[in-house]
Design a protein around this ligand. Sequence first.
Ligand code: 13P
Ligand code: SF4
Length: 336
Amino acid sequence: MLATPLKYTDEVAKSTAPIYETLKSQYKEDHWKTLAPYIHEINKLKAQKNAVILAHNYMTPDIFYGIGDVVGDSLKLAQEAAKSDADMIIQCGVHFMAETSKILCPEKKVIIPDMQAGCSLAESITAEGLRAMKAQYPGIPVITYVNTSADVKAESDVCCTSSNALKIVNALGAQGHDTVIMTPDKFLAQNVAAQTDVKVIFWEGTCMVHERFTAEDVRQMRAQHEGVVVLAHPECPPEVMAEADYAGSTAQMDDYIKDKQPKKAVLYTECSMSDNIAASNPNVELIGTCQMCPHMKRISLPKVLKALQTEGPEVTVDPAIIERARKPIERMLELS
Ligand code: 13P
Ligand code: SF4
């Protein structure tokens, strides 16, 4: 049986009016009237249950602006999870992000609205695979991208995100390591290696979204849009980075647009990110790139509401793994 759609009442209209003011450019009124009742209901329920909603920059604007209490890149979501005094965390993002929150806050209930929201990078490596790589390079420290399972983190010396990868590699370099292993994103590793003297050995994983961009895409974009400023996520291939004006994590790209206010910009990253930036930077023309992460797009307002109502599905991690995976994450947070 189909659930009865929620109603767009005067109360809903009033409570969501300030949000719609920001999102008018993204949703026509009829569409908005189907979203606003969910936003209203979710915000009421999360206050009653002392839940915090952590929303990644790739969430659609209705989630990002409508219900997110903390919004940002992987690093910020992890930092805020560690500080939060909520009883429950609703992770609007993918599974590895929810696991990271659970590792940092084992006493809290951590819920992900769709358990199938995975990540091609996290799926590219297992703890067993990493153990075999470590055996091949004994004594070389392992830097693991947060886009991995808790089991893989537990085998690592330090974690990193796209915003601090170079810093972490250089920090190990300063401690006397001339070589490091970076897992699992080969492009992030290659992009970092191009900026440091530390030798980087990498795993062969890729992001299914960012690997699709090419240098030719960027050249065509510049030919079609004169003066466009090109920003790229470091999960893109090195040939894309070589053509870009700026490279950074999702939050760093957001900050760049906020600060520099270019007339026209394009972001080589997941497409909702451009929508979210466009909503709060009306003077910047954002050219969409239309690469969508199917995992991030599993999270929707109806699923978030259901997750809050049923307090599930809950993300759990074996306490012994939490113990071991916590160290590399905390080491990263210290070095950030
Ligand atoms: P950020 O850490 O830059 O938010 O990236 C996370 C991610 O999954 C990018 O694809
Ligand atoms: Fe993983 Fe790529 Fe999706 Fe980010 S965009 S969650 S790296 S598949």
